[in-house]
Write a protein that binds this ligand. Sequence first.
Ligand SMILES: O=C(O)CCC(=O)C(=O)O
Ligand SMILES: [Fe+2]
Length: 436
Amino acid sequence: MITTEKVYILAFPGNDANKEKLFAERLRLLPLPENTPLEVVEVPREIDALAALNAAGLKLMEGYNPDDKRDVSLAMGHWRVWHQALQEGRQSVVVLEEDFVPTGTHYHILDTDETADLLYLGRYASDGDRPANTGGLVRPGYSQGAFAYRLNRRGLEILTASGFAEQIIPAGELFSALSGQHPDREVKEAYTGRLDVLAPMKNFISPDGNWHASLQAAGGYIPLHPQLYQAFGEHEAAWVKRYVNPQLVHREFDLICDEPIDNVYAFPFFTPAFCQEVIEEAEHFGEWTNYREKDGDPIDIKLSSFGLDEVFNQALRKYLHPLLFHKYHLHGQGWENLTSQNFIVRYLAERQGHLGLHNDGSYVSLIVTLNLDYDGGGTFFPKYKKLIKPEQVGYASVHPGLLGYLHGARPITRGRRYILASFFFLGSRPFSDGTY
Ligand SMILES: O=C(O)CCC(=O)C(=O)O
Ligand SMILES: [Fe+2]
């Protein structure tokens, strides 16, 4: 538990009405006491940073030429919050920069007697951390950035009395100076006071600068589960481990595939974590459409609408295509150009609880079961008198989409049913409204 009386979030001015909601949702991922008050503290816009600094009677440290004026805005924000928290008489507060993402799991290491004036929750660490007496915690060495931390009252007093106002630098540099860890002697000796500092070995909070560009294409949508989007480059291995069935990754197709109907294959694809996060992400995005049934209720969302399609396509290309090639004996003929339109679909018992019989018109279609808490449902193939209804989340089925595999979604009678549905074609193909 992160003992704290109040959380302050430093945020740049913006017209994003969803920000507060997003902050609240992200905070729920942290083990904070229930109903911890939250205040969003606006920092000056980047281009106003130096003017605002002057207006507030603050001065940059001599020789500090910020490349990025954001750092100045944020430093002022940190400074303002320390004063405010002190004035409010707080004993323990958490300060976060707006792009905070809770990524920790081992919060229990905070249930320790070891205390500090400042506990980093997220920082850019350099070398020089030393073990603390409690496993999982360290006495940090030089840490260049501090974007999330907890302060006690003593910490607030030390910081506000440190002489920072006359020598503004990024807050993380000040912390390292006051904890005696700053490598630059001038900086180390520039401030008054001594700050006792602890940090978890691995960040509890990360900045979310790693999101993939497809989020930009999705209108700058800010995800609820950034981890879900971090599927590329250095993040890929961790992504696959967290979200994809290991036997599928290892291409043990003949071990894991059932064939309930000739040419229809059922197999585990994703982990329960993937399924849960995709559902939550879609609900968080919330703009349900009726792409496939123009007269129907809104039951689908294109994955591209919330920026998840590049991530999903990578998983399809790397883990599903090989299975399709193997099972359907696809060789040559441009099959490597298989691309798909990807949707999340939500059936509600009280409204659009089913999908009538149809052929998809795709070469192949994929359906992934994302949840189980409903009655009824499943994909029914009348010609074969077979209902495909996996008993575990993350299980998928593929079926030929053009002819011979007429099917529909059986009505659900309780709850809501979520699936991912992908329709594979050769070469990329826009959606009916011309978008991808
Ligand atoms: O919900 C299902 O099981 C079937 C969905 C389907 O056939 C489709 O989306 O084309
Ligand atoms: Fe279908």
